[in-house]
Design a protein around this ligand. Sequence first.
Ligand code: FMN
Length: 244
Amino acid sequence: TYEETEGVLFSCDAFGGFRALDGGLFDEEVDLSEYEDEALRYFANIVGMYTHNVLKAIEKLQGLEIRTIAPSHGLIWRRDPGRIVDLYRRWSRMEGEKGVTVVFGSMYGFTLRMAEAVARGVASVGVPVRLVDAARVHPSYVLLEVWKRRGLIVGAPTYDAGIFPPVELALRLLERKRLRNRVVGLFGSFGWGGGALKAMEELAKRNGWELVRTLPFRGSPSAEELRDGEELGREVAERVVRGA
Ligand SMILES: Cc1cc2nc3c(=O)[nH]c(=O)nc-3n(C[C@H](O)[C@H](O)[C@H](O)COP(=O)(O)O)c2cc1C
């Protein structure tokens, strides 16, 4: 709903965000650097599947003099209403920042060890990286971190011939939200027949993600395999920087 006399857009779910506002109500009253991540977590989890509609809605706003945006969740934007529109436009395009999110899960610590090597590889070429343990972080935060960056490297051990469940949940959510435009690497430990990597590869393909390569290893990673993990991190990071 657009209220013409004061230029207020009541946008319902669009332009909303999570988080209690510590007494604040308007955008000039809160720490925006903290709030914007919570707006992205809301976007990825609540609006993520409807990015097409968001872009269409933003188009409809052209020509309106909007002085305030009052969504039904989160902050009211009156100092800079254009800011949240810009953010929603960028998030809807799913381009992601030039950085890499490493999402992993690990039962005994083998895939964790490789995750650290992979993240080291990303950092070594000066690209921002965030390591997220899907078994310990709420899935809504995993989605936030993955939505934020163009690079995505996923590590999961094989569990009953498939993907370790906490990582599988995160990947299924990303598939449901139809996240696109990711440059991807995959790794993971297995005990005998494996299976997690193949399942993740298929999921990456279904999502239209650009797969750089996969790195499976048995049990605890060797020094050589860890070096290869660093190399995987570098390859994905360089692809993100070149291509984004
Ligand atoms: C419940 C459970 C199920 C497993 N299922 C498989 C399996 O189907 N195929 C396989 O190759 N390894 C399987 N494994 C072995 C793990 O993939 C292997 O121990 C791996 O090195 C664990 O890596 P992590 O320390 O990163 O969790 C299973 C392990 C557990 C605990």
